[in-house]
Design a binder for this molecule. Structure first.
Ligand SMILES: Nc1ncnc2c1ncn2[C@@H]1O[C@H](COP(=O)(O)OP(=O)(O)OP(=O)(O)O)[C@@H](O)[C@H]1O
Length: 227
């Protein structure tokens, strides 16, 4: 299923973050999402994950339309945000078995995912004992628990050492070889993909005249922590 965006726009707190964004990512491709700080990469990923509304344009995944088929859409995408969303009081393994239970996936996948990301020796430790890189690996390991064709990755390799970057690149390559696709916001070379890139529109592409004077009334996500 190809991911195709056309004339996409996003607003936050009454301001247009970007507009006129178009791109396509084919099945089997891992694309880097590029743009300077504040250009809207994280915001775009949340829109594509179905967690925030687009302010205009269309996004399609095969026959699915994001605006029309929200529930089916969300069942096909996985978002690995730049906050790891690790439950600190759960053990490392429980973080994954809990994720499996929540999504109705086999619990047995937890141990395989821990081994893949080199966390098996930490499985019974509380997650808050993990280092930053270990927490990041635990967050990424969730991608292997639930089958989702579309992976949306927000600076996935931050805190990872070189060996872990290589492991993750291999995991993404296998996901793509199985027909999945990935879109990864990043400022660095991720070590995967064949140079496919999506570029955020230049900041000047947004018109301040679009800004709402009374954004509190117009933004359903105001107050939510998007970061
Ligand atoms: N909680 C918030 N309320 C209102 N605006 C916000 C909020 N968080 C971020 N923004 C704004 O949204 C815009 C896009 O932010 P976003 O985090 O999507 O950019 P980014 O390209 O991912 O940046 P970075 O490369 O720094 O991670 C920025 O101008 C930012 O100031």
């Amino acid at each position: 299923m190809k991911l195709v965006a056309h004339d996409l726009a996003c607003r936050r707190a009454g301001r247009t973050i970007f507009r006129g964004l178009g791109f396509a990512v084919a099945p089997g491709a891992a694309a880097a999402l590029r743009g300077p700080n504040g250009s809207g990469k994280s915001s775009l990923l949340r829109v594509l994950a179905g967690l925030a509304p687009a302010a205009g344009g269309t996004v399609r995944l095969g026959d699915l339309d994001l605006a029309r088929d929200g529930e089916a859409w969300r069942e096909r995408v996985a978002l690995a945000g730049h906050l790891d969303a690790v439950k600190p009081g759960f053990s490392v393994r429980e973080n994954l078995t809990c994720w499996a239970d929540f999504h109705g996936a086999p619990r047995a996948r937890a141990d395989a995912a821990l081994e893949r990301f080199g966390l098996e020796s930490r499985a019974d430790d509380p997650a808050h004992w993990c280092s930053a890189g270990q927490k990041r690996r635990l967050g990424l390991a969730r991608l292997l628990i639930v089958d989702r064709p579309v992976w949306l990755l927000d600076e996935p390799t931050v805190s990872l050492d070189a060996a872990s970057v290589a492991v993750f690149a291999q995991v993404v390559a296998e996901h793509c070889a199985a027909g999945g696709l990935a879109l990864a916001a990043t400022h660095v070379d991720l070590g995967f993909g064949a140079g496919a890139e999506v570029h955020m529109p230049a900041p000047g592409a947004s018109d301040p005249a679009d800004d709402d004077a009374n954004h509190a009334a117009s933004d359903p996500f105001l107050g939510e922590d998007w970061a």
